[in-house]
Design a protein around this ligand. Structure first.
Ligand SMILES: [Zn+2]
Length: 72
């Protein structure tokens, strides 16, 4: 049984990177291959779009458990 807290925190890519020690480049690769996190597209003033990743605390615990911090 999964309990979802109403106050469940959403982590940005930067926060995850800082918490796990996985650099954003590898974090994106892992997120794509493991279907973790979600991409939020935000419109930019210049008319383009930026991709931003969001992760839940569940994603965070999976990342922490499965992937060692980057050493490069
Ligand atoms: Zn890395």
């Amino acid at each position: 049984m999964i309990t979802v807290k109403s106050t469940q925190k959403v982590y940005s890519e930067d926060e995850i990177s800082r918490l796990t020690g996985i650099c954003s480049e590898h974090l994106r690769g892992v997120a794509r291959s493991k279907h973790l996190g979600s991409i939020v597209r935000a419109a930019e003033a210049a008319g383009g779009q930026t991709e931003r990743w969001q992760f839940t605390s569940t994603d965070l615990s999976v990342l922490t458990a499965l992937f060692p911090r980057c050493e490069h």
